[in-house]
Design a binder for this molecule. Sequence first.
Ligand code: NAD
Length: 541
Amino acid sequence: MTPSTQRLAPSETRILICDELSEIAVETFRANGFSPEVCTGLSEDELVATIPGAHAMVVRSATKVTRRVIEAADELRVIGRAGVGIDNVDRQAATENGIIVMNTPLGNTVTTAELAISLICSLSRHIPKADRRTRTGNWKKKGLMGTELTGKTLGVIGLGRIGQVAAKRALGLEMNVIAHDPYLTSRGGESPVQSVELLELDELLTRSDFVTLHVPLLDSTRNLLSEEKLALMKPGARLINAARGGLVDEAALATALEEGRLAGAALDVLAEEPPAPDHPLVGREDVILTPHLGASSHEAQENVARQVAEQISTFFLEGVANNAVNAPAVSAETLRKIAPYVLLAEKLGGFLRQRCEGAVRKLEITVSGEAKDSAEYLSLATLVGLLRSAEMGANYVNANLLAAERNIRVLNAVEEDAGAYQSLIKVRASTQGGEESHVVTGTIFGRSPRLVRIDDLHLDLDPSGHLLMTRHHDRPGVMGQLGTMIGESGLNISRLELGTAKGGEDDIALAFFSLDDEPSDGLVKSIRALAPIEEVRTINL
Ligand code: NAD
């Protein structure tokens, strides 16, 4: 069920903290005027029973936010993950239901990079193995010969936030650092860390003494280090994964270690957590396993707890979704600046939904003048307006998905010049095969939206309230007749706007009657029956 988009006061906002979080989360919410409920350790069934009426939920990794939970949530607007990875949240289900999913990507960065470095050090000097031996009274050094890090090559796969910090720390240890990150290389970009060379994956694998993974788990990265890729690793190299299980073929890794092709591995994350006792890596002396400790430091936990509480507070107080993974990122300042255009764009979309007889299949949006810098967001706003109706419940999270499901193509364009206007948004909506196509252009006067052109007709229409539109042959007496019929039906006309296109023997005119209430079906039917009337529509904006 799609949540409503109405603004809520902090006292009305029900926030559930579903996992163990630093006390700082509750303190931060309270400082912002909210009163969160802490309900940790709930089973899926308990969560399904608790979630109705909640507007936000905060999780770490223990709570699984499944489709069932999301579909039971009738008011949920935001799911905040205190941490980076969101694999415990069914993002698709959240997006379909118009619920924002946000994470806190910054809080864990240093802590996770430091764990990767700790694992590199531990592997190079067999520290866990040496510790185990020493405790059993074995004081021998045999089998514990280490390797220096200075001068060795570290291959960083994924040079994002954590990868960059890990790379810098490794440079401080006087390692040579090389990296692979297709996002950076495909942009032909420089490495964001000085002295780090960007390479293709295969070359990185053949050159590295240590390989550390810092990529998210996506369809494109699952099994990134497959049997074939592991075979490319330099003989005697060591692998570190403090990113996500599922990135490495664990069975192939165990074989490579068993055959002595690789010297060791340190994994903080596994495809199945915790691993089964007979997992091929569990019994190996040359493998270090830690229980997904990447973000487990006091500092990181405080950072993510504060960050998630701040982000959710900002979302409810200012309508800005920072670090949303399924909604566009727009700052509060930009949102404030473009608010009138956002409203206009929504109205243009809503107007066209009601103007077109058939289902819209193509939406072409051209933004010109000063608003063009926000064209992408305004295009989304138009789509939201087009799709927003009681049944569809479109919002800024699910509009693109709904459009794709309904085979609606959305095309954007920008133009520098808006002529006599500061900015214009022009939208053309076409139905299947282009059988029906309508164009509407709007602008902002002061801070209010205005429609200035509909198809070929120029006008100045306030797109709000109940509008009755007629397209008719511009003959004497038509307007009087329409006015009488509307008046006799008991409706008051607060404004009348006419648009005409001259030419031909019989000019066509558009009339928009702004009414104080919605016209009845009977009135619409009687107007439609009049000879000069080509089309009549009710439009609510
Ligand atoms: P990030 O988004 O800043 O960086 C990820 C980088 O990976 C990006 O630069 C991206 O371009 C790159 N990338 C994507 N696909 C790639 C591919 N096929 N090959 C190489 N690079 C690719 O994310 P981050 O904050 O650095 O976090 C990285 C990952 O670490 C997270 O996705 C999360 O899964 C994991 N993590 C684990 C723990 C833990 O407890 N062990 C804690 C925090 C984060």
